[in-house]
Design a protein around this ligand. Structure first.
Ligand SMILES: Nc1ncnc2c1ncn2[C@@H]1O[C@H](COP(=O)(O)OP(=O)(O)OP(=O)(O)O)[C@@H](O)[C@H]1O
Length: 518
């Protein structure tokens, strides 16, 4: 073994009942190296890192640290061996204060004369947060007062506080905004300079290519190949990831940016949490992109347009369909020329008016983790699947089957619990549940977060098809390329306000948009 190898796995294997998630993987992570781990959704990346971090026991194979056998029983043991990880989903506990989230399981370090020295714990928590520029937070407040990105930053702070020799980042950057991403890149480059090791999991290939020194490719749980920086070539990497050539357009290729003049959802002079005097219209057949920094209010805007945020000023209106128990919704839609505005004040009103919402925080706000794939997919389509008041099991199954095939959702079968799926496959479900269920307005917050390149292409195509069928789609995204590639119009937000509007345009580029968000 080379002397600068910090962690080595030999024949690493993990089985979850009949699923072989990781099969015979040999991997080395060296000191002073940023190693990327890449593969399609469900290819085993998180499972490999979870075994390294003591979250899952190894089924077969061995791990070594500095050449010595390493068998962590839990994440605390991994941390004692100088390994820290940021997990893909929220790794914090909502009911606890920030400070307790940071030192969970390690309170003993603050014990003095049999008591926990709470003020020291608070001071140390504040110090940890300075590592991620989260100064000035009241760490005694519940972590649930923080937004998704801030909670991610707390996790990063917690990992860094323990001064890891191996820092594992599992698909975190796509959960962060532009500035959050830059911070994490800075952090891992600094660790490299300090001769530490980094294992970096991401679906953003350009990001991996720019940040990593080497890449390991997994497919269906198996090691496929590795690349050194000098051999990085996007197409070759993609090909070895999916086992076939990926070609074709990622985004839609037209530039006309046309949509119907009919307004379906309208925000009038609304102020609410983080939002100041917002006015906008969403039209029939429009893809409206919303961009900005994470604190700009764009995620709150998504919640607002789904009836999930209380306003302090102004009103949101959805232009509904005339309610008639005798007409099918499609017939109502056509017969209704001038739909009436309905104040959109609750999520129930949003659902009744066929608005679908994918939250950025999918595990807590969009999915029911302990329910099956089928139930999660079908829950928003129950209306459509009902006849004479009963849900038809056959149509429920066919509905789920269609989404599973279309989005290539990797699961054992449709009765498997969603909790057991890989992150990207969960994301496909939170997206799929709104497709084909008769929603006419889709509010999608970071819809392609954590999904692999092949599925992204499918999702973009689906969204474009839906637009052409007259769906109205709001895409909130940290990925500016995605906004440029898909939107008919883009609104850039800054400090709670809409700062600039762009029409679809061939010459639009990221740096133009960035100028209006910072
Ligand atoms: N707790 C579990 N129980 C059963 N199966 C699981 C469990 N965790 C993961 N799996 C399965 O193991 C396989 C690998 O999943 P893993 O999360 O490692 O993939 P991944 O490469 O990280 O995917 P993604 O890019 O979507 O995050 C998947 O088929 C997944 O459903």
């Amino acid at each position: 073994m080379e002397s600068n190898v910090f962690l080595e796995t030999v024949g690493l294997t993990k089985k979850f009942e009949e699923t072989i998630a990781v099969n015979n993987v040999n991997l080395q992570v060296k000191l002073g190296e940023i190693r990327g781990l890449i593969g399609e959704n469900g290819s085993g990346k998180s499972t490999v890192s979870s075994m390294i971090c003591g979250i899952h026991p190894v089924t077969n194979g061995e791990m070594f640290i500095n050449g010595e056998k390493y068998q962590p029983k839990n994440p605390l043991e991994a941390r004692d061996n100088k390994i820290s990880m940021i997990v893909q989903e929220t790794g914090t506990l909502n009911q606890l204060p920030i400070v307790d989230n940071i030192f969970l399981g390690d309170e003993a370090r603050f014990r003095k004369n049999g008591f926990i020295d709470r003020s020291k714990m608070i001071r140390e928590a504040e110090k940890a947060l300075e590592l991620v520029d989260l100064d000035g937070l009241d760490v005694t407040k519940s972590i649930s007062t923080l937004d998704f990105e801030e909670r991610k930053l707390v996790e990063i702070a917690r990992a860094l506080y323990y001064n890891p020799t191996l820092f594992i980042v599992d698909e975190t950057t796509t959960a962060l905004s532009h500035e959050g991403r830059e911070m994490i890149h800075k952090i891992i480059k600094k660790l490299k300079r300090e001769n530490k090791a980094v294992l970096f999991i991401s679906h953003d290939l350009p990001e991996l290519i720019s940040v990593c020194d080497a890449l390991t490719i997994l497919r269906d749980g198996e090691f496929i190949t590795e690349f050194d920086k000098k051999d990085f070539e996007e197409d070759r990497i993609k090909q070895s990831m999916v086992g076939r050539k990926i070609e074709g357009d990622f985004y839609r290729s037209d530039y006309d940016g046309n949509f119907d003049s009919q307004v379906v959802l309208s925000v009038k002079n609304v102020s609410a949490k983080k939002l100041k005097d917002i006015t906008l219209d969403l039209h029939k057949g429009e893809i409206l992109g919303i961009g900005g920094l994470s604190g700009s209010g764009m995620h709150e805007l998504g919640k607002l347009m789904y009836g999930g945020l209380k306003t302090t000023q102004g009103e949101v209106f959805v232009y509904g369909e005339e309610k008639s128990p005798f007409l099918k919704s499609s017939t109502r839609n056509k017969s209704e020329k001038n739909p009436k505005p309905i104040p959109l004040r609750t999520i129930k009103i949003a659902i009744d008016n066929k608005i679908g919402y994918v939250s950025k925080d999918r595990d807590q706000e969009t999915l029911i983790l302990d329910a099956s794939v089928k139930d999660n997919l079908a829950i928003s389509a129950l209306d459509k699947l009902k006849k004479y008041g009963f849900i038809l099991p056959g149509s429920e199954r066919r509905f789920a089957e269609k989404q599973i095939n279309e989005l290539n959702i990797k699961c054992r079968n449709m009765n498997q619990n969603v909790r057991e799926l890989s992150g990207g496959n969960k994301q496909k479900i939170s997206f799929g549940k709104w497709i084909g269920n008769n929603s006419r307005i889709l509010i999608l917050d970071s819809p392609t977060r954590g999904v692999d390149v092949g599925v992204k292409t499918t999702m973009y195509k689906l969204l474009y098809d839906l637009k052409k069928q007259g769906y109205s789609i709001l895409i909130i995204s940290e990925e500016l390329q995605e906004l440029i590639g898909m939107s008919d119009r883009i609104l850039m937000m800054k400090e709670g306000r809409i700062n600039k509007e762009f029409a679809r345009n061939k010459n639009l580029n990221e740096s133009t948009l960035i100028d209006y968000m910072i």
